[in-house]
Design a protein around this ligand. Structure first.
Ligand code: FAS
Ligand code: PHB
Length: 390
């Protein structure tokens, strides 16, 4: 019967980052991933890394390409009523963010895991976590026509919102909190130069828009869409026309358009499950919480979970001290809720709610004007955007 120290369910950024940090600490882990490596790398998701995640990539020994190819940003643009203003991160914090796609983060982590001989099982099915509330947990899964079992000390549930880890915790133990937003994001990737050196978050009467990028020849754009909209309703030209209507004229006039190489709609929700630990099972990342992507916090909050769990596991395997593991859920949730708040606040500020009144719109515009004119308000936003301390 196979045995390891930590079984990591899920080979997305949470699971891979934890696996690499544990490897650096000499702690053995097996990663179980439902899909193929190529499928995982085919997902187009986050684009902005907080300072904390940039640091963890260094700790994991996988930051070389990120430092060479990523864009360091020390501010962002907020647009409303046809104009835009800059929130200067450096003026209010000692930090910046790194613009480097989640796809590349995941690729770097997969490459490092393969290079260091990490045990990753792809295309596993029917993963079941057993006896997580005992001192002898184990995991079973199907692969290549047979069922396998791995006994372990601990299990990290890094299998995202639709995984099995969260549901392994009995419903009687779990407390779940959710807010579903009445809109989605239609995103495209195009091999075109970014319209602006920094990101542009735009609040317009027609809805939210975001201008982002992956590199000097790869741009990422989003527009708010109806929650029941379909990608098929949007030709590339229709997307570009709508994006131009939502961003300031100066940007719309210089926008370079081209064929989309990826186009998808993401629903927006805020979600948290408590606790993030049950016995020897620890939840990390989207398995435990979801944020609307407005604040670029999804991937980054997964990273802070991984930081706390790695700390706890290293402390336990280092000197038998379980205090880090015993306080994991409380510590992780304290930061999760603050990033949920920021993502909720920023989403409410920038999106057009179908049911909003003229007064609601005036409140958004007043808050944007306050943010534009108040260094203190900008400092609060900058601190949240670059990432609250771990
Ligand atoms: P993930 O969902 O990335 O990874 C979980 C992994 O577990 C997957 O590879 C999955 O195949 C695997 N898995 C699932 N069930 C399993 C099982 N039963 N057995 C084995 N493996 C299993 N965040 C941002 O900051 N900015 C964004 O713009 C942004 N856009 C997003 C768009 C979309 C459509 C989605 C869904 C999310 C977006 N996010 C964004 C959030 C996203 O980046 C997540 O926060 C990030 O992927 C979290 O990483 P993981 O926790 O590893 O979860
Ligand atoms: C992205 O580039 O995909 C991106 C950037 C910032 C966000 C959300 C998404 O807030």
């Amino acid at each position: 019967m196979a045995r390891t120290q930590v079984v990591i369910v899920g080979g997305g950024p949470s699971g891979l980052l934890l696996g690499q940090l544990l490897f650096k600490a000499g702690i053995e882990a097996v990663v179980l991933e439902r899909k193929t490596r190529e499928y995982v790398l085919g997902r187009i998701r986050a684009g902005v890394l907080e300072r904390g995640l940039v640091g963890l990539m260094g700790e994991a020994g996988v930051d070389t390409r990120m430092k060479a190819e990523g864009f360091v940003h020390d501010g962002t643009q907020l647009a409303y009523e046809g104009d835009m203003f800059r929130v200067d991160f450096a003026a209010h914090t000692d930090a910046t963010v790194m613009v480097y796609g989640q796809t590349e983060v995941t690729r770097d982590l997969y490459d490092a895991r393969a290079a260091t001989g990490g045990d990753t099982r792809f295309e596993v099915d029917n993963v079941v976590i057993h006896d997580a509330d005992t001192d002898a947990p184990f995991v079973t899964f199907d692969q290549y026509g047979g069922t396998q079992r791995i006994d372990c000390d601990y299990i990290a549930g890094c299998d995202g919102f639709h995984g099995i880890s969260r549901k392994t915790i009995p419903a009687s133990v779990r407390r779940e909190y959710e807010k579903v937003y009445p809109f989605g994001w239609l995103g495209i990737l195009s091999e075109t130069p970014p319209v602006n050196r920094e990101l542009i978050y735009a609040n317009s009467d027609r809805g939210f828009a975001l201008c982002s990028m992956r590199n000097a020849q790869l741009s990422r754009y989003y527009i708010q869409c109806d929650v029941d909209d379909h990608v098929g309703n949007w030709s590339d030209d229709a997307f570009w026309d709508e994006l131009r209507r939502r961003i300031p004229a100066a940007a719309a006039e210089t926008l370079v358009t081209g064929p989309s190489i990826e186009k998808s709609i993401a629903p927006l929700r805020s979600f948290v499950t408590e606790p993030m630990r049950w016995g020897r099972l620890f939840l990390c990342g989207d398995a435990a919480h979801i944020v609307p992507p407005t604040g670029a916090k999804g991937l980054n909050t997964a990273a802070s979970d991984v930081h706390y769990l790695n700390q706890g596991l290293c402390q336990f395997y280092g000197d038998g001290d379980s205090r880090g593991l015993d306080t994991y859920s409380e510590k992780a949730l304290a930061r999760v809720w603050k990033t949920e708040r920021f993502s909720w606040w920023f989403s409410n500020l920038m999106h057009h709610y179908p049911s909003q009144s003229d007064f609601d719109k005036k409140m958004q515009l007043a808050e944007l004007a306050f943010l534009r004119d108040s260094p203190e308000a900008q400092a609060a936003m900058a601190l949240n955007y670059v990432g609250l301390p771990y």
